[in-house]
Design a protein around this ligand. Structure first.
Ligand code: ADP
Ligand code: ADP
Ligand code: MG
Length: 667
């Protein structure tokens, strides 16, 4: 066929995906001067990829099959917006030959291989047959057409246990079962078939020797429509949970240069066998000595940024240039490997609860900025919601450095500087994982995470002196921010008091639930914190994302998120979660429907921390009372509007007197 029918210059690109990959593709497309069209489902109206694109089209209801998997609606969206090309991202329809064909039939350029190439490589069985012919080493196994029980049983026997029963159409680790003995085979086939039928509408199975303690090694390749094909080195993706990648790095720390060339040559041979056009990945498992082909992914992969960072190549740019019908910009011997890159996938999930996905609104989203060897590919922002309908990956953090050790350090620091709240994330787990000595030493296999899970999901240690002081500092910092701009507030200059010393007592529960007390002394003279018998000089200075805390002359950084009475802190000792037990303003928050902010005891109003008419989050400070030389801050019992403040600074108030009124939000 005339290749200009398939690949030609275009000016408007529709991205048939969502989340970080849609954002990532839009970024490069825009940089290349293209107009971008996003598509979205009803729950994704306000999603980041929609905001980034020049135009956006609603596909339908949340369920993927009604929206992101709806071929007809996608083609119609392209027609409506005048899009001339479609980038499928990864997942969804990216490896669906019928979709590639439908794009072609509608006169659109599909940014990827042809439907025929996808069909040839899309099934694991079919691709293995092709690879066998091309002389690429395979895992011993059976990938024939006959699917009756007797044939599969005989094949398993011949390969020798343990074996892997795998869905030929599989992906994302689904439809796969390890079988260790003959009597486990029949039930494993039944359940793998059931899963494959449901997930892929195809229950054909293949059988492979299960490589013990395997490593996952894969090679990035890309071909153009002029017959050029290059490999862009390999990635190691051995750290997996449930056969899904968690950490990926390039180059593989396991291979020496000779092995690197062997596996890259095998990958070029594999892709060359179908005259492949577009970006693709050839995946192998390794027993530590040899590598064996397992499958080809005919699309851009989640972990492509590590390859970009060691080669300096923008793979999406190359994909688009190939789709324009251009030749690849570089020849094989012009592609150089520089340094080491490592990526961590940030998921909304709870590793301590079997990686259960977490859904909800992202109340805090603080990730470090790009730069200094760090790259963040995100699909979410603060205030966005994570819905239960799609993959739970939120972002990827990628670090590059001249050496592997430094790249790991940079990634670790990036993770350490991240605070995401409102949903549960795997960030602390990722930190524990990449700092594990066996990961540093590359003494890993694909079962590592599962074996080490108890170590990797340990609860945070009990808060110490520094954390208690940091908790007090965080509350004061928060209250001070609430009064910013109000020059008359005594809180503007922390510790301002006309005369005398004041005290404010705090209690926190953290770690294993024991309550710890700490007292703040301030007023004329320097502020101090008292824990038991210890008294520490104390000062805070605001900083991006937190503040500097100086304790007895030692300054250190603290990041803090306050959510009602829950405090999330990062100090130099790690991450901590503390519950603030507030004897006055505090625990009454739990009483639903209490909208009266009243004086718990007779006292003096010393600070008003919010303005009438302000919209308050639950737990937001409203005013501070001094009661018997101790201060207590009264806080919003729920999210709402502060409709009135019935007192002013200096008022002496009696017990039970109403001081402010908050009306619940949404009325
Ligand atoms: P592989 O495990 O074969 O390397 P990838 O790691 O590149 O594949 O991930 C692609 C798979 O991950 C898809 O098949 C899909 O199930 C899932 N996936 C991850 N993120 C997303 C996303 N944002 N949208 C859709 N699918 C996703
Ligand atoms: P998927 O399409 O779901 O990505 P793969 O065939 O790529 O399926 O396998 C996913 C993962 O399962 C691999 O990354 C590897 O960790 C493991 N795996 C696959 N085949 C074998 C095998 N023969 N022996 C051991 N582990 C394997
Ligand atoms: Mg795979």
């Amino acid at each position: 066929m005339d290749r200009s029918k398939l690949y030609r210059r275009f000016r408007t690109l529709l991205i048939a995906n969502r989340g970080e990959i849609a954002c990532r593709v839009i970024r490069t497309a825009r940089a290349m001067g293209l107009r971008t069209v996003a598509v979205y489902s009803e729950v994704d109206r306000d999603a980041m990829h929609v905001a980034l694109a020049d135009e956006a089209v609603l596909l339908g209801p949340a369920r993927a099959r009604d929206s992101y998997l709806n071929v007809e609606r996608l083609i119609e969206a392209a027609r409506k917006t005048g899009a001339e090309a479609v980038h499928p991202g990864y997942g969804f329809l990216s490896e669906n030959a019928e979709f590639a064909q439908a794009c072609f039939d509608a006169g659109l350029v599909f940014v990827g291989p042809t439907a025929a190439m996808m069909t040839a490589m899309g099934s694991k069985s079919g691709s293995k047959a092709l690879m066998e012919k091309a002389g690429v080493p395979l895992v011993p196994g059976y990938h024939g057409d006959a699917q009756d029980d007797a044939t599969l049983a005989k094949a398993a026997e011949k390969v020798g246990f343990p074996i892997l029963v795998k869905a030929s159409a599989g992906g994302g680790g689904r439809g796969m079962r390890i079988v260790r003995s003959a009597d486990e085979l029949a039930p494993a086939i039944v359940s793998a078939k059931r899963e494959a039928k449901a997930a892929f509408g195809d229950d054909r199975m293949l059988i492979e020797k299960y490589v013990d303690n395997p490593r996952h090694i894969e090679v990035q390749i890309i071909g153009d429509s002029h017959g050029n094909l290059v490999s862009l080195f390999e990635r190691e993706c051995t750290l997996q949970r449930r056969h899904q990648k968690v950490i990926e790095e390039a180059p593989s720390p396991t291979l020496n240069p000779a092995q690197r060339e062997t596996v890259c040559a095998a990958a070029r041979k594999a892709a060359g066998a179908v005259n492949y056009v577009g970006a693709g990945t050839i995946e192998f498992v390794s027993d530590g000595k040899d590598v064996f082909f397992i499958e080809m992914n005919t699309r851009l992969q989640v972990e492509h940024p590590v390859t970009e960072m060691i080669t300096g190549i923008d793979l999406v740019e190359w994909q688009l240039r190939v789709a324009f019908g251009e030749a690849l910009p570089l020849k094989q011997d012009e592609i150089r490997l520089s340094g080491h890159a490592i990526e961590a996938r940030v998921y909304a999930e709870n590793p301590a609860k079997n990686f259960m996905p977490s859904v909800g609104k992202i109340s805090t989203w603080r990730l470090p900025a790009d730069g200094g060897g760090l790259r963040i590919d995100a699909g979410y922002r603060e205030g966005d919601s994570v819905s239960p309908y799609y993959d739970a990956m939120l972002a990827k953090m990628i670090a590059w450095a001249p050496t592997r050790d430094v790249a790991i350090e940079r990634l670790n620091r990036g993770l350490d500087e991240s605070d995401v709240r409102g949903i549960v994330t795997n960030i602390p787990f990722l930190s524990a994982l990449i700092t594990h000595p066996d990961v540093r030493a590359n003494a890993i296999d694909t079962g590592f995470i599962e074996r080490e899970l108890p170590v990797l999901t340990q609860a945070a240690p009990a808060p110490g002196e520094l954390e208690l002081c940091a908790a007090v500092a965080a509350i004061i910092h928060d209250e001070r921010q609430a009064t910013q701009g109000d020059a008359t507030s005594p809180w503007q200059t922390f510790g301002w008091m006309p005369v005398g010393r004041r005290q404010r007592k705090f209690a926190f529960r953290g770690g294993h639930g024991t309550e710890q007390k700490i007292t703040l002394n301030y007023g004329s003279g320097p502020s101090t914190l008292v824990i038991g018998e210890r008294e520490l000089a104390f000062a805070i200075a605001p900083k991006d994302g937190g503040f500097d805390l100086t304790l007895d002359g030692v300054k250190s950084q603290v990041a803090a998120v306050i959510d009602g009475h829950e405090l999330y802190l990062r100090t130099r000792h790690g991450r901590f979660e503390l519950h603030w037990v507030d004897p006055f303003g505090g625990e009454t928050e739990e009483q639903a429907g209490v909208d009266k902010i009243a004086a718990p005891l007779p006292g003096t109003v010393v600070a008003v921390l919010a303005e009438e008419g302000a919209t308050l989050a639950k737990g937001a400070p409203i005013l501070t009372l001094e009661v018997m030389k101790m201060e207590q801050t009264l806080r919003a019992p729920f999210a709402g509007v502060l409709t009135s403040i019935k007192c002013k600074v200096g008022d002496i108030v009696q017990e039970g007197v109403e001081l402010a009124v908050v009306e619940p939000a949404g009325e």
